[in-house]
Design a binder for this molecule. Structure first.
Ligand code: ACM
Ligand code: ZN
Length: 453
């Protein structure tokens, strides 16, 4: 009855609501109620936090397909949408690797690995949806095993998946995490209710170009549109959801219907301020754009200090994580400060050996008064402050004298915090070594710049 109400609401307004039935991963809710649809490895399924769900997956047995086809049949009867979103993202393979049925099925079907089993699963479901005269949409992982002719790709891990889909004649909807995940913070995290992380201000949404220049004119039409995503793990009320949506969705709408050359953020910002007032008058709860704080202080322009442009050497076993290189070996002395999120390509991440260890060569003996680095903590994705920081100097790059040794108790919290670990005083040296080590929780260390004055 609730769905019928939604369908009436959409048809009264000439819009279409597309349902998503997620498979084969992100199945914890279904498996909590129907554990027999899992690989049956004795696990109890509960609906939990996002970061715990990575081994919760349907087992591709006949009973599962019967269940999913029944669900999809009911969904297709209720919804008028031609498109049915079947998920397909973040399919965990751990259970499949251990499951006798899955392994037997892979042998029978000539599937060389679990990735191929994922594709087989999606193709089977797609054939079923097609047999009912509907077409599927799936997250960009559905590209992995080759796309069926009518599939539409929702590109969330960047726009590359969408580009690939379009190049092969499929439709794509662009919704990359960097620009379209409205569950991210839209302003300074300490001014906002707790969110999943990230930082996506209005200006960044507005700057999105969903149709990359490299796309040929005949393919542009296959980019069907854009989507804002609002996953609600951290959004307990409708009013909170409205605050996350407005006014960012206005920016995304303008992105969707405007040629890039016609966009002008200053002009849009004035209109967005007015729209926020109108929305409030209509009883909505938009984000108060007029009070926007903006990016982290210092992130707007490069900082000057003694280490900028100097040579950095990374200690053995202390390489940064390639996925968070922030520009590589020069990132920590490039004068570029990080913003509110470690995902902005300005923060360098360390995880493999749980430590950071860099030595900066100032090229000549230098008077030193300050050596410090900011770290950030956001516990959800396991980004923690260091438990120990050692700052030392040397004349020859071999024998170092400790200037400061900081022990820090890492305490979990639900905030995004930034702390400087530094030394102040008077010293002279040519080489500066900065070491930081993770504490009991492990996880990532993230820092953006080692500032020397
Ligand atoms: C997604 O955010 N997992 C599509
Ligand atoms: Zn299985």
């Amino acid at each position: 009855e609730e769905i019928k109400e939604i369908v009436k609401y959409e048809s009264d307004r000439f819009i279409t609501v597309i349902p998503e039935i997620e498979m084969p991963g992100h199945a914890s809710a279904a498996l909590a109620s129907y554990p027999e649809l899992s690989c049956g490895l004795g696990k109890t399924y509960v609906v939990r936090d996002y970061f715990d769900v990575f081994d919760e997956v349907y087992c591709p047995k006949e009973h599962t397909f019967e269940f999913l086809q029944n669900v999809l049949t009911e969904v297709m009867e209720l919804f008028s949408s031609h498109y049915i979103h079947i998920g397909g993202d973040e399919c965990p393979k751990k259970a499949w690797k251990k499951c006798a049925h899955c392994q037997h099925l892979m042998k029978r079907e000539g599937l060389s690995n679990e990735e191929a089993l994922q594709s087989w699963f999606i193709h089977r479901i797609e054939q079923f949806v097609n047999s009912k005269g509907r077409d599927i949409i799936g997250w960009d992982e559905i590209l992995e095993g080759g796309l069926a002719p009518n599939a539409t790709v929702m590109s969330w891990r960047g726009t590359e998946g969408g580009m690939k889909a379009v190049e092969s004649g499929h439709k794509a909807i662009m919704t990359p995490g960097e620009f379209c995940y409205f569950d991210s913070y839209q302003d300074a995290p300490d001014s906002q209710p707790e969110a999943i992380g990230g930082y996506l201000p209005l200006s960044k949404v507005y700057s999105f170009n969903p149709v990359p220049d490299t796309l040929s004119a005949e393919k542009v039409g296959l980019v069907y549109g854009v989507q804002a995503n609002l996953f609600t793990e951290y959004i307990p009320t409708p009013e909170h959801a409205e605050m996350m949506i407005y006014p960012r969705v206005l920016a995304l709408a303008e992105v969707a219907w405007s040629a890039p050359s016609k966009k002008n953020y200053e002009n849009f910002h004035v209109r967005a301020l007015k729209a926020v007032e109108e929305l409030k008058k209509s009883g909505y709860n938009p984000f108060e754009l007029k009070n926007e704080i903006g990016n982290r202080p210092g992130a707007d322009k490069p900082v000057e200090h003694l280490a900028v442009g100097k040579k950095v050497t990374y200690g053995l076993d202390a390489a940064y994580y390639p996925g968070y290189a922030a520009g590589g070996d020069t990132a920590l002395v490039d004068g570029v400060r990080g913003g509110w999120t470690y995902g902005d390509k300005r923060w360098q991440g360390f995880i493999d050996k749980k430590r950071m260890d860099i030595t900066i060569d100032l090229e000549k003996e230098t008077e030193l008064h300050f050596i410090g680095a900011d770290f950030m903590q956001v516990c959800g994705p396991e980004v923690f402050m260091p438990a120990e920081v050692i700052i030392s100097i040397s004349d020859d790059g071999k024998d170092f004298t400790e200037l400061k040794h900081i022990e820090h108790k890492v305490v979990k919290d639900d905030k995004v915090t930034f702390t400087n670990f530094g030394w102040e005083g008077n010293a002279k040296g040519r080489y500066v070594r900065y070491q930081a080590t993770s504490g009991e929780f492990g996880g990532f260390l993230f820092t953006d710049e080692v500032v020397i004055k």
